[in-house]
Design a protein around this ligand. Structure first.
Ligand code: KIV
Ligand code: ZN
Length: 516
């Protein structure tokens, strides 16, 4: 049996389903490009029948990304399957992924169908999809809670109808590693036809077992793992791609398996997904958490300095992580700066390098030590930002122990500056209320997160906000030495996304209201 595990990435579909993680069109394309660089085998780009927006982004990914197969998800009905094909057909290699639930609990309460009806729908759906492409995947949703005799019957029917990949998801994150191993082993034994197709697994993390379950299934013969960058996904998320890939690589002695993942691209993928979703990675997260390679205890530091492998089982360079060290100072030139960004894996246009360099110089004047993490925040802020409708031109904030903080803000749009003043319960609140008065768009602030990029009171503050308008989420991110300034930048960036991508006009043309 081949020992190569296919990595099926569903960050853009199941990952994007996590509440609040929605990405817009351009962000999905950026993520898809990075997934291709990461070397995944399949990109599940979305659910084309779910909305026109989903359809367009799946189609755009299919047209643009080469390398991985591009896949769309669809329910087991004609309309969904046809729509899915319309979106993925442009890909060099296109996959249709159709699914239907097989557990009695789903049949009774969700589908309201009998087992026979689901068998028929399975056969019909797979046959219709195979009419479009030979690369068809069938998923038996809630497989781990399904009656195994019935499940095996469904699997047999799907294979006979032409499915080349059969996915047996642990949809609700209920199974355990040993149980899943036995389950995959049993299905393989009872349905010998599975030897001609790829068995796939898709685990949710409700009990924190998604990665362990996926790896266990690979030991039992599964050869495709469905996962997401940073483990984002429905509820507690999906199996984390970076954990699966690094476990297979680091413990090759035990698993005897390989993947095609270019592990040096992991850190960039993780940061990009965190940037575009606004979902911070927890510091102690395996592989990509800020502390994953940090050694706090003196005895550990001593050991690592003497010999890295005393306390490190992976080389940080293998996941594309430069050491978090002092990198550049205020006398560093543009050339050294550009070279350093390249070493960090950023290949920016001249214009982007110039913008980032100007920010770096400004920061270097005010902050003594600059680390890789500071540069990443600058790049995220300057380069992955959106076309500006509004720009922050001036801001003064007075805070006091008595009364309310007051903010004066001037935003500029199309060479017209609007100045206003407002109060709030805190400095950030005062700035946000004032910006609201200026832009006059009825969004709602849903999330506000702040974190210090590096240690110390002179650390760059990195703020992420999420605004909601008409059910759509818009993420903004800003960094600055001052928390209030970073907050204002993040807010204005999210507003600019609303204007650029949310179909909202940037407010009525107004008179310039002057300077402070
Ligand atoms: O969790 C699940 O069962 C799914 C399927 C649609 C594959 O996401
Ligand atoms: Zn899922």
């Amino acid at each position: 049996m081949d020992n190569r595990i296919k990595i099926f990435d569903t960050t853009l579909r199941d990952g994007e389903q996590s509440p609040g993680a929605s990405m817009d069109f351009e962000e999905k394309l950026e993520v898809a490009d990075q997934l291709a660089r990461l070397g995944v085998d399949v990109i599940e780009a979305g659910f084309p029948a779910a909305s026109p927006g989903d359809f367009e982004s799946v189609k755009a990914v299919a047209q643009r990304v080469s390398g991985p197969a591009i896949c769309g998800l669809c329910r087991a009905n004609d309309g969904d399957i046809d729509r899915c094909w319309e979106a993925v057909r442009f890909a060099q290699s296109a996959r249709i992924h159709t699914f239907i639930a097989t557990s009695d609990i789903h049949l009774k309460h969700k589908l309201r169908k009998t087992r026979e009806e689901v068998l028929e729908l399975t056969e019909k759906a797979v046959r219709r999809a195979v009419g479009y492409t030979p690369d068809v995947e069938f998923s038996a949703e809630d497989a781990t809670r399904s009656d195994i005799d019935y499940l095996c019957e469904v699997v047999r029917v799907a294979i006979k109808a032409g499915a080349k990949t059969i996915n047996l998801p642990d949809t609700v994150g209920y199974t355990t590693p040993q149980e899943y191993f036995d389950f995959i082993t049993a299905v393989r034994k009872r349905v010998p036809e599975t030897k001609d197709i790829t068995l796939s697994v898709h685990c949710h993390n409700d009990l924190g077992l998604a990665v362990a379950n996926s790896l266990s299934a690979c030991l039992a013969g599964a050869r495709q793992v469905e996962c997401t960058v940073n483990g984002i996904g429905e509820r507690a998320g999906n199996a984390s791609l970076e954990e699966v890939a690094m476990a297979i690589k680091t413990r090759k002695d035990f698993y005897g398996l390989t993947t095609g993942i270019v592990t040096q691209e992991i850190t960039k993928a993780s940061r990009l997904v965190s940037d575009v979703t606004g979902f911070a990675v927890q510091p102690n997260k395996a592989i990509v958490g800020a502390n994953a390679f940090a050694h706090e205890a003196g005895i550990h530091q001593h050991g690592v300095l003497a010999e890295r492998t005393t306390y490190e089982i992976m080389d940080p360079a293998d996941i594309g992580l430069g050491e978090s060290r002092l990198v550049l100072g205020k006398h560093s030139g543009r050339h050294a700066f550009e070279k350093h960004l390249q070493d960090m894996g950023f290949n920016l246009s001249k214009e982007d390098v110039n913008r980032a360099f100007a920010r770096f110089k400004d920061l270097a004047d005010r902050k003594k030590e600059i680390f890789d993490a500071d540069l990443e925040a600058i790049v995220a802020d300057e380069v992955y930002s959106v076309q500006e409708s509004w720009s922050l031109d001036h801001m003064t904030v007075y805070t006091t122990l008595e009364g309310f903080p007051t903010a004066t803000v001037r935003l500029v749009r199309e060479n017209t500056g609007i100045l206003d003043t407002g109060t709030g319960v805190g400095a950030v609140d005062a700035v946000y209320k004032t910006i609201d008065k200026i832009v006059q768009i009825p969004y709602k602030l849903k999330d506000y997160m702040v974190h210090g990029v590096t240690g110390g009171t002179d650390a760059l503050a990195d703020v992420t906000v999420r605004l909601e308008l008409n059910g759509q989420m818009f993420t903004g991110r800003g960094s600055a030495l001052d928390i209030v300034e970073a907050s204002a930048k993040a807010y204005v960036q999210a507003i600019n996304k609303i204007v650029a991508r949310g179909g909202v006009t940037a407010g009525q043309p107004r008179e310039d209201t002057g300077r402070v």
